[in-house]
Design a protein around this ligand. Structure first.
Ligand code: ADP
Length: 262
């Protein structure tokens, strides 16, 4: 759980970092576009002798930009999933104190667990990160305070239900986080899972929280959906596959939590 808080602090730091990276990237693009413009002018003036210098400037800038994206991609691929049967209700109960401390006294954290909830087959520390992220998002959506409800529900899905969720037929444990915050307009909801999409001020949001949660849910064989209404609040539903008794342990898999632009 403390690891999840550490992760949340790291996300804040990444927010500041991405602001800086975007700035560096813009400078490199400006160098390339400036060099191209000068090449264009020289060519039209029939003075090709200056071209080599501008070409070198542009090449330098693109090389630096490529190095930067490689570092970012290496960072995004660092996570590894180690799924195991996880009692999600107990995981939630064990995190409430930390979450409450993190979101502050203005926000009320409530939990409700289904009787005899199924264990889910997930990486517990990734799930902790996801949960803390969702609660921080909920807090940010409730500047004057409010309430966050964290629920766990057993959801057996037959064919049609599973297809509607874009999941294989079977049993799922639903982790649902509901807030009564500002909600999302349609255009925000459309982009909410996009990496780096954020409506928060520079340095405060990374735009990575929901995209990482999406990657985590899909890699775990589950699904995440958001329902939101402006002025009423937001519901994030994460369906996670039920861990079957006697199931063989699953080997850790490499995640690709963030979209790879390559
Ligand atoms: P970040 O929180 O760093 O902005 P996320 O990927 O977690 O990145 O969220 C992307 C955007 O989705 C947020 O900037 C916000 O506009 C919106 N959002 C996420 N969660 C909520 C919520 N619970 N209520 C309202 N808007 C939300």
């Amino acid at each position: 759980a403390e690891e999840a808080l550490h992760q949340a602090r790291k996300m804040e730091a990444i927010g500041q970092l991405t602001g800086g990276l975007a700035h560096d990237f813009n400078n490199m693009l400006a160098a390339v576009s400036g060099a191209l413009e000068l090449m264009d002018i020289r060519l039209r003036q029939n003075q090709p002798e200056h071209l080599a210098r501008y070409i070198r400037t542009a090449q330098d800038a693109t090389r630096r930009a490529a190095a930067l994206t490689h570092r970012l991609l290496a960072f995004s691929r660092r996570q590894t999933l180690a799924p195991r049967p996880t009692p999600v209700d107990e995981l939630v109960a064990g995190m409430v104190e930390l979450i409450q401390r993190t979101v502050g006294p203005q926000v009320h954290i409530l939990t409700h667990a289904q009787a005899a909830p199924w264990p889910a087959l997930v990486d517990p520390s990734q799930l902790e990160n996801a949960l803390l992220n969702l609660c921080i998002n909920a807090r940010d959506a409730m500047p004057d305070g409010g309430q966050v409800l964290i629920e766990t529900v057993n959801v057996p899905m037959d064919g049609p239900a599973a297809r509607a969720h874009d999941l294989p037929e079977g049993d799922y444990l639903l982790l649902r986080v509901t807030d009564n915050g500002v909600g999302m307009p349609a255009d925000v909801l459309d982009k909410a899972f996009d990496p780096f999409f954020t409506t928060k001020p520079l340095g405060q949001g990374t735009g990575l929280g929901l995209s990482m949660i999406y990657g985590f849910a899909r890699q775990s064989g589950g699904q995440v959906r958001i329902a939101s209404e402006v002025g009423r609040g937001t519901v994030v539903s994460i369906h996670l596959p039920r861990a079957m008794e006697g199931a063989l342990p699953v080997a850790p898999t490499d995640t690709r939590a963030m979209a790879d632009p390559a």
